[in-house]
Design a protein around this ligand. Structure first.
Ligand code: PMP
Length: 404
């Protein structure tokens, strides 16, 4: 098994220069880098297997279909669920929209939907739209002044609201906080709440076992977990997927069609209308195999050590304010320097080859609560190293000296 430090060599872009400086990639929360095996799998698909899936009986189509379904099996195994419970989508955003859209006819003004103040817009706006359409009530679990969920308050609110839907992120993209989803899912069961977990950030770092987690739905984006862009997955308990109405309609999601009437296929085909992102699905298998080959206990310990080193280095700089939960964290640090605009800091860092994200991170309500327009966000992955952090801190000190 490879040591965490040696894994970096598998990621070609991390071994390149960017505008004459070594690239320091600290924006994995936005999208992860891709290992060579994933890049090669995309190329291999187009040069050796390119055909549509589930359509032809010719050999090439059968080859592509087998490879496409093999990824579904691989992801199901990774999540400890069944293949028929995995639906391919464009990403986490589409997966959440698919669920929210499907609930339009079952939710009404007597229902309540609970989310947390830490959610990404992708896990706020679809629920807000659903509430506006149906008259249901949206309730937000509060966070404290650093953005940490007020857990006792959360239990009380859920008990009082007895929500129809509880939709929470596994981990916050803006602050990295790992949410106590296990206990909140279990607690909500007594109210027959539909539990939905946005795993866009959690999937890569936390290897969820969905059988144990026992949520009704879990969504993820492949591009944030070493895979290609334009692909995500929706896990739903089979009976929950059966109960959910179709999202988009068209080819391949039907059982039979006449001009008078259409019957639909069973899940997951029911939710996969049209030609899917075949190359991305097939290449995602390589990403999953890569993830499976890692020693996750070792990787997590390594990520945490890097994270603690980053936090300590930032704390040593006067005028830095760090937000979020620095104990239960996937390896993402959000900070500001005095009253400087996060964009200015990120721009100066970029001039030294350091890629970080600045802004509201698609969490405007959270930023408003923290009383900031945005933050600078450093999001780590296992392919980062101590040198990345040293180069970042040195470039940050230079940026600060220019701004002060
Ligand atoms: N939820 C969270 C927590 C995220 O971080 C993101 C992406 N930043 C999304 C949802 C949406 O993912 P995508 O844009 O890949 O659909």
């Amino acid at each position: 098994m490879k040591s965490p430090a040696s894994l970096r060599a598998d990621f070609p872009l991390l071994n390149t220069q960017f505008e004459h400086a070594p690239l320091v990639y600290l924006d994995s929360g936005a999208t992860s880098q891709k290992p060579s095996c994933v890049i090669e799998a995309i190329s291999r698909y187009y040069s050796e297997q390119n055909a549509n899936v589930h359509r032809g009986i010719h050999t090439l189509s059968e080859l592509a279909t087998t490879a496409y379904e093999a990824t579904r099996n691989q992801l199901a195994k990774y999540l400890s669920v069944s293949s028929s419970e995995i639906v391919w989508t464009k990403g986490a955003t589409e997966a959440i929209n698919l669920i929210a859209y499907g609930l339009r006819d079952t939710i009404d003004s007597s229902d309540t939907i609970v989310i947390s103040a830490l959610e990404h817009h992708a896990n706020i706006v679809p629920w807000q739209q659903l509430c506006q359409k149906t008259g249901a009530k949206l309730i937000v679990l509060p966070v404290n002044e650093l953005g940490i969920l007020e857990i006792d308050n959360a239990y009380q609110i859920i008990e009082q609201a007895q929500p129809t839907v509880l939709a929470l992120s596994h981990a916050s993209n803006a602050l990295g906080n790992i949410q106590p989803i296990e206990s909140l899912i279990q607690f909500s069961k007594q109210f027959n709440t539909i539990t939905i977990i946005d795993g866009a950030q959690g999937f890569l770092h936390l290897q969820p076992n969905l059988k144990e987690l026992d949520c009704d739905f879990y969504v993820l984006s492949a591009h944030k977990a070493l895979g290609p862009t334009g692909l995500g997955a929706l896990y739903g308990k089979y009976e929950a997927l059966c109960a959910l109405p179709v999202y988009q309609t068209g080819g391949e999601m039907i059982d039979s069609v006449s001009f008078e009437h259409t019957t639909f296929a069973a899940p997951p085909a029911k939710f996969e209308a049209g030609t899917p992102n075949i190359s991305a699905v097939i290449a995602f298998k390589s990403a999953l195999e890569y993830l499976e080959s890692l020693n996750h206990t070792q990787i997590r310990a390594y990520e945490l050590e890097l994270f603690n080193y980053l936090v300590k280095s930032l704390r040593a700089i006067d005028g830095i304010k760090i937000y979020g939960d620095l104990i239960n964290n996937i390896g993402t640090v959000s900070f500001n320097y005095k009253n400087e605009h996060p964009y200015d800091i990120a721009h100066l860092l970029d001039q030294n080859g350091i890629a970080v994200r600045s802004g509201h991170h698609c969490t405007q309500p959270l930023m408003a609560h923290l009383n900031v327009s945005g933050t600078v966000r450093v999001s780590l992955a296992f392919y980062n190293n101590h040198q990345d952090i040293d180069l970042f801190i040195s470039a940050l000190k230079t940026a600060i000296s220019l701004l002060d």
